[in-house]
Design a protein around this ligand. Sequence first.
Ligand SMILES: NC(=O)c1ccc[n+]([C@@H]2O[C@H](COP(=O)([O-])OP(=O)(O)OC[C@H]3O[C@@H](n4cnc5c(N)ncnc54)[C@H](OP(=O)(O)O)[C@@H]3O)[C@@H](O)[C@H]2O)c1
Length: 287
Amino acid sequence: MGNSVTVIGLGPMGRAMAGAYLDQGYRVTLWNRTAARAEDLVRRGAVLAPSPAEAVAANEVVVVSLTDHAALYAVLDGVAPAALAGRVLVNLSSDTPGRARETADWARERGAVQLTGGVLVPPSGIGAAGSSAFYSGPREVFEAHRSTLEVLTGTDYRGEDPGLAALFYQLNMVMFWTALSGHWQALALADAYGIKAADLLPYSVGALDMKRFLEFYAPRVDAGDHSGDVDRLAMGLASAEHVLHTVTDAGVDGALPAAVVDLFRRGVEAGHGQDSSSSLVEVLKRK
Ligand SMILES: NC(=O)c1ccc[n+]([C@@H]2O[C@H](COP(=O)([O-])OP(=O)(O)OC[C@H]3O[C@@H](n4cnc5c(N)ncnc54)[C@H](OP(=O)(O)O)[C@@H]3O)[C@@H](O)[C@H]2O)c1
């Protein structure tokens, strides 16, 4: 018989995933709202199901790679509960931990099980060594299907709570999007001076390699130690203002550095001027 899997959602991620399963000899059933996105995969041997219900019926393991959980409901809410019963929904669609728990309940009400996933690599990392994804949900279901999951990426099982994989994924994305936005900001500023992204590349790589800082601050933050022996937030505020002025002097959009200045200023106003900038963690804990 061999292995088989259904993949629902053929954005860049779902297409890479379906391709990885085909590479490993799986029989792959597909469904996507825009059927044309399946063409290459069908040429490689995948089967395009005519409806979500038939895609779900084809295999026990149903990998769902949609934009978010609203899209999952748009595709699967119309499928009869009987068709979903006994299925393992490997839900790799990004959303909040709360939504992941709701969707796990939604699946359970239909006799299915959700494994929540959060993939940490772009499509080019699917099927590649060293890639990883968070998973949470029933451990025995995760273990039973681990080898199928690991066709896509390495697995990092976070626990039974279906929200956990989404939480760890979003923790990652908080850092990813903020850091990447900082990079886009630097490139916009560099462009104002005729500096190309490629010229800045070695400096960008250096600036975003924060391992040393992260390792230094982690135990101090956990110990509640924000002493200003290495850096002080008052210095950080002055530095953030220099960034903002450099950006606006160049005629570049300053919304992002202004938000950083605002955060640092609120920290100073809260009395942390002589503390480390890590004291912003305490400021941010209060909404
Ligand atoms: N791309 C990445 O680098 C990356 C990395 C890590 C994690 N992720 C996560 O992986 C998931 C998939 O990523 P992606 O880049 O493939 O996402 P995407 O480009 O947003 O495409 C996802 C799929 O969602 C479908 N879709 C969206 N709204 C729908 C609706 N209302 N009804 C039916 N289908 C709908 C699209 O169908 P159509 O083809 O018909 O539009 C497409 O198949 C996302 O949650 C993303 O956050 C992505």
